[in-house]
Design a protein around this ligand. Structure first.
Ligand code: 5GP
Length: 181
């Protein structure tokens, strides 16, 4: 399998391998399993990109906890926009629950900062964030990310659930933008 893939008009090169990703998920899952052993966790997964991460993370924690999904949009193409829209909200009652927000990637932090604020009015006991990827140089909003898989460079990435205009999600590895054709 080649180290480069073409998705629409862009070429991406392999950046994080499946094995690196899975090892790091084990590390995060072990920490979450210990930290939430005596709590009442609910996983709230931010669609679409985080579905693969969430699935592998939950299996690796072996916690028998509810998992539900929300859809929040702030991205068009390869750029974050200023508008955050909750397209599909959490319908579970999270009163007194320990929420773990599961995200594929934190870029400016706008999306989760906004949604944490929405959830904070629902009487949950705690809210923590688990993000597979973080772009630390791009963070603009104050955000505590308790469980972070990899700090990465600023470039746009795809694969392992993450898309470019809805394509490229199926790769088990993560690819970084290489060049525009
Ligand atoms: P933020 O609100 O933190 O600026 O952006 C977070 C959202 O933007 C993520 O949930 C993800 O959907 C999208 N995003 C940010 N950076 C990337 C990236 O490099 N690749 C992809 N595919 N999506 C990204």
């Amino acid at each position: 399998m080649t180290d480069k893939v073409k998705i629409q008009d862009l070429v991406f090169k392999k950046y994080l391998t499946q094995s690196q990703i899975q090892k790091q998920i084990e590390v995060l899952a072990d920490r979450i399993a210990v930290d939430y052993k005596d709590k009442d966790p609910v996983f709230i997964v931010v669609l679409n990109g985080a579905y693969m991460f969430a699935s592998d993370l939950l299996k690796a924690t072996a916690l028998d906890a509810p998992m539900t999904f929300v859809k929040i949009s702030s991205y068009v193409g390869t750029e974050s926009t200023g508008n955050v829209k909750v397209i599909m909200d959490c319908t579970l009652d999270i009163k007194d629950k320990d929420v773990i927000l599961v995200e594929d990637i934190v870029d400016t932090g706008r999306t989760l900062h906004h949604y944490q604020e929405v959830l904070s009015h629902r009487s949950c006991r705690s809210i923590a964030i688990a993000s597979l990827l973080v772009k630390p140089n791009k963070l603009e909003f104050p955000l505590k990310i308790e469980y972070r898989g990899f700090d990465i460079e600023d470039d746009f990435v795809v694969g392992y659930g993450l898309d470019y205009n809805e394509y490229g999600r199926m790769y088990a590895d993560i690819y970084q933008l290489f060049e525009e054709e």
